[in-house]
Design a protein. Structure first.
Length: 476
């Protein structure tokens, strides 16, 4: 059977979008290069050369495709653009690391970039390897950019899946979000504002309430709200004060809640968070996790149990040695993940809630065949297309987990390590749930490539990869 390239040949919108993205990213590199020059650090050339390459390639793409007629994205283009966006940003973001005095191999630089952008937080290098302040902040900035980009990817992609930004937000918070953000562009603006305000508020709280230095306040604020867990700080997470852990816990919790819900919340609708099915479900999972961890680690302060539980549920993955003694529960909660439309990873709790209600209704129908039991979420009835979309995402997510585990096993990892590494990368938690955590630097090139693909697949929720493939190559 012949295969053909089926993507719309009028790819102007994709080229222009990727081009402008590269230009903006190049400008960010230039700002970091200026910062490095002011600090007289040895990475000025790395940022300047990377910025030049990024701006040049982006400018060429914009000029080359701008003459084409810009039209709305088709379904295939939406999948392809999402995939291309993450790949292009990952490659370009790795350039400053690759050209830095660290002199890493290209696969190592790309691994660092992908890990930061997907907010996974795994690193092949110790913090001391990042000697320059500007390079440290570049990695921290990438996780913040990735946390926002994840939300925007959901806004672009979910309408294609029929549980879109409008439909899903309506299901999550009645019709308030439709009134607040009737268009995706408006929603993106609101989400960016909320995301930025939360980051600044957490940073100021860490600085003036917890007494952390400015650098540590900024990096820990970004690491918590983005749920990336990359702080580049001199202070270990578990060595922080009670006040600091409490503020970080709030930051991680806010980052794992549907960000658009904070718009009506800030406008005085205080009860909107506690009325949302998904937020309530996540809080229940969090309470159960905290009780389990506190019971298991009775000798530790309660704040440590709360801090580690939120770190796991949100997928932030701040390092903590007790995780090695309690990997089972953390493995489950990282798989569940946070809320949709947030910076956290995982399957997302609303899908599991819908599947549970579907199963419960199926039992009711068996007991009472003449009864009518619709699947209702946040007070709204879901149609079959929306329910099928939930099932499809969960299926591909679990299939991706199996494939990643198999691939890592073929790369030489023990089955248990391959299983937990696939979990850590696919859920984008970066939690060290196995013995592999002590040997990340020793990963083979094949393991690094598989891990990067798994991290990206986790951010795509696996469906984008399948959708982009089917859009590019379909059977005639």
């Amino acid at each position: 059977m012949m295969m053909r390239l089926s993507l719309d040949p009028k790819s102007g919108p994709i080229g222009v979008a990727l081009g402008w993205l590269a230009v903006i990213l190049g400008i960010c590199m230039g700002v970091h290069g200026l910062w490095a020059w002011i600090l007289k650090e040895g990475v000025v050339h790395a940022f300047v050369f990377s910025a030049f390459m990024s701006v040049t390639m982006g400018g060429v793409a914009v000029l080359a495709f701008s003459s084409k007629r810009i039209s709305a994205f088709s379904m295939g283009q939406s999948f392809f653009l999402t995939l291309a966006l993450w790949v292009v940003v990952s490659v370009l973001s790795a350039l400053p690391i690759y050209f830095s005095p660290m002199n890493p191999a290209w696969v190592d630089a790309l691994f660092e970039s992908v890990s930061a952008l997907t907010t996974t937080g795994l690193s092949l290098f110790s913090e001391k390897s990042y000697a320059e302040t500007s390079l440290k902040f570049w990695v921290v900035f990438l996780q913040w950019l990735g946390g926002f980009g994840i939300v925007m990817t959901a806004v672009i992609l979910l309408p294609v899946l029929r549980m879109g930004s409008g439909q899903l937000m309506s299901a999550e918070s009645s019709d308030q979000s439709e009134k607040i953000a009737p268009r995706s562009a408006t929603m993106a603006t609101y989400v960016l504002l909320v995301y930025g305000v939360l980051t600044v508020c957490v940073g100021l709280s860490l600085k003036y309430c917890a007494g952390l230095p400015l650098w540590d306040s900024a990096t820990y604020a970004i690491a918590s709200v983005s749920t990336g867990g990359i702080a580049m700080s001199q202070y270990s997470a578990l060595d922080l004060s009670v006040v600091t852990k409490s503020i970080l816990s709030i930051g991680m919790l806010m980052g794992s809640i549907t960000l658009i819900l904070f718009v009506p919340f800030f406008r005085g609708q205080w009860r909107i968070l506690v009325k949302d099915d998904q937020v309530v479900g996540m809080l229940k999972v969090l309470v159960i996790t905290c009780i389990g961890v506190a019971f298991w680690h009775k000798s530790r302060p309660l704040i440590d149990s709360v801090f580690m539980s939120i770190s796991a549920v949100s997928g932030t993955g701040f390092p903590a040695e007790s995780i090695f003694n309690f990997g089972g529960l953390f493995w489950i909660v990282t798989l569940i993940g946070g809320c949709s439309g947030s910076a956290s990873g995982g399957i997302k709790i609303f899908r599991l809630q819908i599947m549970y209600r579907m199963a419960k209704n199926h039992i009711y129908r068996m007991l009472n065949p003449s009864g009518f039991y619709p699947t209702v979420y946040n007070g709204q009835r879901l149609d079959n297309t929306q329910v099928n979309a939930v099932m499809a995402v969960v299926f591909f997510y679990l299939l991706g987990w199996i494939l990643a585990t198999t691939a890592l096993t073929l790369c030489g990892h023990h089955l248990n390590d391959a299983f937990t590494l696939a979990s850590s990368t696919l859920t984008n938690s970066g939690l060290p749930l196995g013995q592999w955590a002590d040997h990340v630097n020793d990963f083979s090139s094949a393991s690094k490539w598989v891990s990067m693909l798994t991290m990206l697949s986790g951010r795509f929720e696996c469906v984008t990869l399948v959708g982009a493939f089917l859009a590019l190559f379909r059977s005639k």
